[in-house]
Every structure is written in C-alpha cells, then in structure tokens.
Design a protein around this ligand. Structure first.
Ligand code: ARG
Length: 465
C-alpha cells in the first residue's frame, strides 16, 4: 500500500506507507504552523514587492494563508501524514483555497530556508516568553527574601554546617543565577534572530528576491550572509538548549534544596498542601513531588542538548534530513523549561512555609561560629593561622565535653587565650556572626538589604547587569 506522492513526475509511485510515516514530521512540526504562515505571508509580499508575482497574486496568497490560520484556530485544519510536513500541508491547503496561484508561493524558496525561518521565529517567540517567566521566578524569590532578611539558616559547604546565613542571602543566590539565565537568553536571541529566508535550497535563487524585505517584515535583525550556512546552521538551537540546560541546572539545585529542607532531618520548611502530594499507602506522608519532578525533568533537557550536538557533528553541508530531528527535542525542552519555571514559581510564591523557630534553633546548635572565634583573635593581632589552630583545639575540647562554644565560661576562654574577653559571647552569637559579614556580596544584613534593592531595580528597569 502506498501513499499519495508529493513529488515531481520523476516519481512514478508514492511512498511505502510505513516509510511515509517514518519520513513525516507533521505530527510534531504542526507546532510551527503560525510561524510558517507568518513566513509564507512575508515571502508572498516580497514576491509581489519585487514584481516576481503580481500585486493581486500576492494579496490572494496572503489572504489564503490567513484563512488557513483561521481554520487552524477553529480546529478545522488537521493535516495528516500524507502532507508529510507543515510546509507541504500549508501549501496544499492554500492551493485548494486560492486555486492555481497557490502554486506560485514556493517560487524562489525551498523548504530548507523555510524550515530554518520557522524554527527561528518559533524560538524567538519562546525565548521571550521564557525570559518573562524568569522575571516572575526572580520576583517570587525576592518576595520571600524580603520577608526573611533576618531569618537565619545554616550555611553549608560539603553539606556540612559551615557558617550561618541570612535566608534572604541564600535565596538571592538563585536570583543571580536566574539573572544570568535571563541575560544569556537575550544573547542567544541575537543569533536566533537572523533570517535564512532566501537562501533557497542551498545556493540562493535565480529570482531577483529581496531578503532584507522579508527580514524586515518578520522582525529579523539581520540576514545570513552565506546561503549554505543559512540553511544548515543549527548553532542557535544548540545555544538555546545549552541556555535551557543551565536554567534547569539552577531550578534543579533549588529543587534539591527544597527537598532536603522539607525532610524531617532538616525540617527547615513545610510544604503547603497546594504544592505537596500524599502517599497511596503511608497516610503520614507529605511528598515534595513538585521539586522532585523539576529535578527529574532536568535530564531530558540535557539529553536534547546532547542529541542535537551529536546530530550536527558529522553533517556535510548543506541541508540533510537529519536536521528534521532538531525539532522534537527543541519543542520538548521549551515545554519542559516553561512548565518547570511555572511550577517552581508557584512553589515559591505559595507553597513554602519556612519554619523560623526551627531555623533559629538550628543555627545555635553547631560550631558554625568557629571561624568567628578565630576572626576575633585575628582582629586582636593573633596571626590567623595560629588562631585557627587554637580554635580547632577549643572545638575538640568542646566536643569531648559535649558542649558548644557558647557554653564555655569566660574563665575557660581566658585559659585558652588571654586575648578573649566578655564580648566573645556577643561575637559568636549567630545574629552577630551573620551581621559581621559585611563585606561586599556577603551575608551581612546591610549587604543583603542593598542587594535586594539592586535586584528590585534591575527587575523594574528590565535590566541585566
Ligand atoms: N520537514 C523538514 C524538516 O523538518 C523540512 C525540510 C525538508 N527539506 C528537504 N530537503 N527534505 O527538516
């Protein structure tokens, strides 16, 4: 059984049905339809503008394409596998609507420059949406940070208690990651926004086209300088997938922290019912499915990046059908990033309740003020390394005696070193330990307040750095 053929009379029969399915991309590239219609309308206008077709023909084509858009919106345009891909599907339907003039649309164009144009228009649009989602995510982080400038949380290195932090400072670290993501996407966008339309199949065209005209109609900032490069470049998609992978890295790290924080062992945060799930057998369970899913979904975006790199690495110039494989991973990555950003933003803005009592308690029950004891002596002239070694000895003694630094009597302090005085207790209180880290970019409350103000400014002016 064979399918109806799309090709020239050179072909005597259609494709084997299984091969037609194997070859077709319509099931997924229908996602590009709006961009395909935009691109085709611009192309038709250019053909008329340059006199390659008449004005009247150009108008008929544009109107026919607009009708397909309406039909699609109403759910009446659902091309099947016989159309092969969205480009053939549109051209075929156009000819049904406007008659023979529809057959002029593909003058001076190839599906190769067409699909490149569509993919770029799609990605440009999606990048804009993701960037605005990043802004919402950042705002959600700042809103929590505002409430928790003075809430202390243990800070870790090697997942061992290190030094206490302002919770706002911790959250602002994620703000910074998202800021880079936002900037990076802006940068990628510049290389997405270049028009390959008019590169033809690979070598350009014999018609007197005006590539700048279509580029301008479609809002492209520039046009590809080399037709071979224009039809076979997918760097922009790889760059996007790489930027998308980094967004997922950042979301996944935050997700992992929320998962840890919500465990009984940490107990720093309670998940609100609207963002948590239960177990089908263990009635006591409240599970962090949302951050777990975000962490899990990260893998597929990395996978799509890897896949496209591999697809590209051995391709001779110019277009090869391998390039059809760029789409599903790209679409899936866009959907995954958008869904993950949305879920994490909701989780932040209404799903978390920080257990401030427990946090306040947590920062008093460890040796995370030990550096401050060493700093105390170093500020009084003891060489830091010497002070560090002495504090190591003090910590060792405390551990042996089952107490913390704050439990030492003044006498004991003085026995360790005559430089210690009564103000040591204040110096090692968690609040002071945090407040004292007032170096630029540090966790000291004054610094954190400044950082918050700067962040709000950046968002309100829609600025990066
Ligand atoms: N569906 C194809 C793709 O996504 C469109 C371009 C086809 N070009 C070709 N020469 N077969 O890549």
């Amino acid at each position: 059984m064979t399918e109806k053929k799309n090709w020239s009379p050179r072909f005597e029969s259609g494709l084997h049905q299984a091969i037609a399915h194997f070859n077709a991309s319509i099931s997924f590239d229908i996602e590009l339809i709006e961009y395909d219609l935009d691109g085709s309308q611009a192309h038709a206008q250019m053909l008329a503008h340059t006199g390659i077709i008449s004005q009247a023909e150009g108008e008929q084509l544009v109107a026919g394409l607009e009708q397909i858009r309406q039909e699609y919106h109403q759910g009446n345009f659902q091309p099947g596998v016989d159309a092969e891909d969205v480009h053939f599907a549109v051209e075929r339907r156009l000819t049904e609507i406007v008659g023979d003039v529809g057959k002029k649309l593909h003058t001076a164009r190839s599906r190769n420059d067409q699909v490149g144009t569509d993919t770029r228009l799609y990605l440009r649009d999606q990048i804009q949406q993701i960037r605005s989602q990043l802004r919402k995510f950042q705002t959600a982080l700042l809103d929590i940070a505002d409430q928790h400038i003075e809430t202390l949380i243990p800070g870790y290195t090697h997942l061992q208690r290190a030094q206490p932090l302002s919770l706002a400072h911790h959250l602002l670290a994620y703000y910074q990651m998202a800021k880079r993501d936002w900037e990076r996407l802006g940068d990628v966008s510049r290389r997405v926004n270049i028009s390959p339309l008019g590169c033809g199949a690979l070598a350009g065209t014999t018609f007197p086209i005006d590539r700048h005209y279509t580029a301008e109609l479609l809002g492209f900032e520039n046009i590809y300088a080399n037709s071979l490069d224009g039809v076979s470049d997918r760097d922009f998609a790889i760059e996007f997938l790489s930027a998308a992978s980094l967004i997922m890295v950042h979301l996944s790290r935050l997700a992992e922290e929320v998962i840890l924080w919500s465990s009984q062992e940490f107990g720093f945060v309670t998940l609100k019912d609207s963002c948590a799930t239960g177990s089908s057998i263990m009635p006591q369970k409240k599970n962090p499915d949302v951050p777990e899913l975000v962490r899990g979904k990260t893998g597929r975006v990395f996978g799509h990046l890897q896949a496209l790199l591999v697809i590209m690495k051995g391709l001779p110039l110019a277009y090869n059908k391998d390039l059809q494989e760029d789409k599903e991973g790209l679409f899936d990555s866009v959907k995954t990033v958008k869904a993950s950003l949305e879920a994490m933003t909701i989780l932040l803005s209404e799903g978390l309740e920080f257990r401030t009592q427990r946090l306040a308690q947590a920062v008093t029950e460890d040796f995370s003020n030990a550096t401050d004891v060493a700093d105390y002596l170093a500020a009084r002239g003891v060489p830091f390394r010497e002070a560090y070694n002495l504090v190591g000895k003090i910590v060792k003694t405390c551990i042996a005696e089952g107490k913390l630094l704050k439990d030492l009597s003044l006498e004991e302090w003085e026995q360790f070193h005559p430089g210690f005085a009564a103000d040591i207790y204040e110096a090692i209180s968690p609040r002071q330990v945090v407040a004292a880290r007032n170096s630029y970019g540090g966790t000291g409350f004054t610094q954190v307040r400044k950082a918050l103000l700067i962040a709000r400014e950046q968002i309100s002016h829609n600025r990066g750095v």
